[in-house]
Design a binder for this molecule. Sequence first.
Ligand SMILES: [Zn+2]
Length: 257
Amino acid sequence: MIVDTHCHLNDDRFDEDRDLIVENLEKDNIKSAFVVGTDLETCKTAIEMATKNKNLYAIIGLYPEYCEEYDENFENFLIENLNNPKVVAVGEIGLDFHTEGYNQKLQEEVFEKQIKIADKFKLPLSIHTREAFDRTLAILKENKQYLHGGSIHCFSGSPEIAKEFIKLGFKLGFGGVCTFKNAKKAVDTLKVVENRDILIETDAPYLAPTPHRGERNEPKYTNLVLEKIAEIRAQDKQILEDQILQNTFDTFERFKD
Ligand SMILES: [Zn+2]
């Protein structure tokens, strides 16, 4: 079975049919989905959903573009909730230099603070990095002693960049992007990394794989991602699926059967 290691089932776009999607997970070959928060509100809903549903787990942290919302209140919230056994990682945290006017200094500070808090709970990270590979790697290297692995969420970088993250103990989260026609780097990387380096995710409701590109993404579409990865790597799909599930257990230690 597949685990969707990064999705936003707490997003408004699932208000109509969220319960049905969760109910059908196992039928759709999805063992579990990790629901990710990006701010205080969505972190709370992620935890609520994970508490109510055996197939859901939560990942909590502050998204880089919301770095200005990082305050004592948020930090206390994190610390109070990271002992919850259904919280499997801190995220999505990281750096995003895409949108004009981004505050690099503050993003980096907030990223580092959350890395150090995760370390107190020995938790892995779910990292968001957009147009910021160099600084993300630099910060992770500077904070190496605080790291407990995790996922580079929605990885679409080159094999060289992939190698750097893997050296730091991270796995690469692949989603819909690797099915896109123009995803050359992600495909190149998927051809050369080891089976043990791969995780699967959707980032739902975003980034639906082909042939659903542009539509609302859902955890069940990880099946299409798995198929594509097996095709790119010319591997047996079942062997790959089993290995990726094992990678998920290895990376997120609180995630249990
Ligand atoms: Zn996300």
